[in-house]
Design a protein around this ligand. Structure first.
Ligand SMILES: Cc1cc2nc3c(=O)[nH]c(=O)nc-3n(C[C@H](O)[C@H](O)[C@H](O)COP(=O)(O)OP(=O)(O)OC[C@H]3O[C@@H](n4cnc5c(N)ncnc54)[C@H](O)[C@@H]3O)c2cc1C
Length: 380
């Protein structure tokens, strides 16, 4: 077992770390107030090769491995958790397209994702169907060489910022459940689309909202994979994004810990540095342990993906555990800063609100545990 990084990995991590520290961290709060991720910033990340780096070069990436994309994700999230959604959605969506559409069409859609010029949302959840996604109702009916989409998606990240969306829709019957679902590439500027934005607890720079489809027409070639394969084939990309989500949350936790170890060394009480008091330092040692363990789990899942081995169970573990570890870690770090931690002058309260979202988004802990149980029972 070799945990060391290659020279190439060291180099791209150094680039991502410098970018996160110098260009992302200073604007973390301001981006929340503005409610958007600045596009010039996204394009800069694209120019630096920090979006979808694992994609083959013909699809706009650098042809790196999945572990390296995890390293980039962690480094970017240390500077701004919300901006790291660009890496998350970029990798997930570009991956779905590269694996499931004609290579010529994929080569037209994915380079814009990797360059940062095309922000893509993923629209699965509906007002009446979240965890039970196989029950979705938004309809796509075939008319000649087009599909016509009607219905509502809700709780969609980047709903009002995205340039395109991968939309899951019912092409079969409700009784067919997962086998009646297909996925489509839908540019967000086609007639019949409108969006709203929710008043959320956190992740304001991303924004979450509904997307309404009123007889929206897309060319038949915008079908991703075949009809009826939206769930069974296209959604396999979620195993990848779940490991990335883990690292997105843990990047925030690791940065909070770095700041907190520093703080308790310099702040004094009762004539000594706070770090001398085990009552304060031991809880930090505990969360440091959890963060490290959860990180290894995420990188193991990415390594399994890199070598082509099953990793559904590990990805589900990353997705339920890492966001919770991150939330508890940031909470502990906030408390270690005393009254200062409760102020918006420091980033802890925003980080708490932001990471909380990913205990729900992309599937709740309960659903992840159902997946782990299913996998364990199937491989017993
Ligand atoms: C920050 C954020 C970002 C999101 N981004 C996106 C996005 O970009 N695209 C998208 O499509 N969706 C997105 N979502 C939606 C998200 O995927 C759903 O909210 C999630 O899958 C849960 O669905 P639900 O909210 O309808 O809850 P429900 O399915 O109604 O579940 C409610 C509660 O019941 C529990 N529950 C449900 N079924 C079971 C069961 N069988 N056993 C035990 N407990 C169960 C759930 O775990 C949950 O606690 C986002 C959500 C959030 C919060």
């Amino acid at each position: 077992m070799d945990f060391s990084l290659t020279e190439e990995q060291e180099s791209i991590v150094a680039t991502a770390t410098a970018f996160a520290r110098d260009e992302l961290a200073p604007g973390y709060r301001q981006r929340e107030t503005a409610g958007v991720v600045d596009r010039s910033l996204v394009c800069r990340m694209g120019q630096l090769g920090l979006i979808g780096a694992e994609l083959p070069e013909r699809f706009g990436g650098l042809g790196l491995d999945y572990v390296t994309s995890g390293l980039i994700m962690e480094a970017i999230a240390r500077g701004d958790f919300n901006v790291a959604y660009v890496q998350l959605m970029g990798s997930l969506n570009a991956h779905i397209i590269a694996n499931n559409v004609d290579p010529e069409i994929a080569a037209a859609w994915t380079p814009g994702i990797c360059s940062g010029e095309c922000l893509v949302a993923l629209a699965l959840t509906e007002p009446d169907h979240g965890s039970d996604a196989a029950a979705i109702e938004l309809v796509a009916r075939r008319e000649g060489d087009q599909y016509v989409l009607s219905g509502e998606k809700t709780s969609i990240s980047f709903a009002d910022q995205a340039d395109a969306a991968i939309v899951f829709a019912r092409t079969g019957t409700v009784a067919q459940r997962a086998h009646g679902i297909s996925a489509f590439w839908v540019p967000m500027d086609v007639p019949g689309i409108s969006t709203t934005r929710f008043n959320d607890v956190g992740e304001h720079a991303i924004g979450r909202g509904s997307i309404f489809f009123d007889e929206v027409r897309v060319p038949a070639r915008h079908l991703i994979a075949q009809e009826g394969k939206g769930f069974t084939q296209v959604m396999q990309g979620f195993d990848y994004s779940r490991a990335l989500i883990g690292l997105q949350c843990l990047g925030v936790a690791a940065e909070s810990l770095r700041e907190t170890w520093d703080y308790i060394e310099h702040r004094h009480a009762f004539g000594r540095p706070l770090a001398d008091f085990q009552g304060l330092a031991f809880p930090l040692a505990e969360v440091e342990t959890y963060v490290e363990a959860a990180r290894q789990l995420c990188y193991k899942a990415l390594w399994l993906k890199s070598v082509g081995r099953p990793h559904t169970k590990e990805a589900a573990m990353c997705k339920w555990w890492a966001p919770r570890v991150a939330f508890e870690t940031v909470h502990q770090c906030l408390l270690a800063h005393g009254h200062a931690g409760y102020s918006r002058e420091l980033p802890f309260e925003q980080r708490l609100r932001d990471v909380l979202g990913l205990q729900i988004g992309d599937g709740t802990a309960e659903i992840m545990k159902l997946i782990i149980v299913r996998e364990k029972r199937a491989t017993r």
